[in-house]
Design a binder for this molecule. Structure first.
Ligand SMILES: CC(C)(COP(=O)(O)OP(=O)(O)OC[C@H]1O[C@@H](n2cnc3c(N)ncnc32)[C@H](O)[C@@H]1OP(=O)(O)O)[C@@H](O)C(=O)NCCC(=O)NCCS
Length: 196
């Protein structure tokens, strides 16, 4: 399937399928088939929840068992690299560009300044987070709901607030047997969306 056809199918059809919420359904499988043709790299068992907007998607890479939250917007002017096992709540905004802001010239006429966003493995991004251009999020980090992330996020940090600061670090624990080797996001349980 050509990428342009895949994009048209995605925005006109598969991104609206209500059942794409549930990764086991035919709708979800069809959606995965389509986004695999769109993204630069697309891992296994990804879960793209309904109505995610990612422009052309050509700068987006997403790893195995990772998801994009319902109604999220993923920037498209520079690379967005999402690792493996990443969970994302609804309405997350990931931006990859700023407008030029020099005084004396209307900002709409100034060139965009783009910078990539990188999200490590096993990151949980809470609902309505905003991630700004150029940000790297370390492996195992958690972004609290509503965080505006303006600086790098250390591995295993739990960051929240506006601008986001480290609230604490994840404590070490043995994972319960049932999540070993399985993706919580793909199971659909631990990352509820708005249900719109
Ligand atoms: C980040 C989060 C996981 C922390 O949970 P927790 O470990 O139980 O943390 P606590 O409730 O003990 O809070 C620890 C501190 O962080 C603060 N905090 C918690 N959530 C916050 C948030 N969203 N923004 C800012 N500060 C927050 C608390 O006020 C507390 O501060 P204090 O120590 O000064 O009192 C949780 O608050 C959160 O935001 N979850 C996201 C839920 C979500 O978006 N789900 C969507 C489906 S995937």
């Amino acid at each position: 399937m050509r990428r342009r056809l895949a994009l048209a199918l995605y925005y006109a059809f598969t991104s609206h399928i209500r059942s794409s919420d549930n990764p086991g359904t035919i709708g979800a499988r069809l959606n995965r088939l389509v986004v695999k043709r769109i993204f630069r790299k697309c891992g296994e068992a990804v879960n793209i929840r309904p109505r995610v907007y990612f422009g052309s998607g050509r700068n987006v890479s997403i790893g195995n068992h990772s998801m994009m939250g319902q109604d999220s917007i993923i920037g498209s002017t520079a690379e967005v690299v999402i690792g493996n096992d990443v969970m994302m709540g609804p309405e997350v905004l990931i931006y990859t560009s700023n407008h030029g802001m020099e005084a004396g010239i209307p900002m709409r006429l100034q060139p965009l300044k783009s910078a990539p966003v990188r999200i490590g493995n096993d990151v949980w991004i809470g609902a309505r987070c905003i991630i700004l251009p150029g940000i790297s999020i370390g492996e195992g980090a958690v972004l609290a709901a509503g965080a505006v992330v303006t600086s790098g996020v250390p591995a295993n940090a739990i960051m929240g607030g506006v601008p986001a600061k480290v609230l604490k670090y994840r404590a070490k624990a043995e994972p319960p047997a049932e999540v070993k080797g399985a993706s919580p996001a793909v199971d659909g349980g631990p990352c509820p969306q708005s249900g719109k």
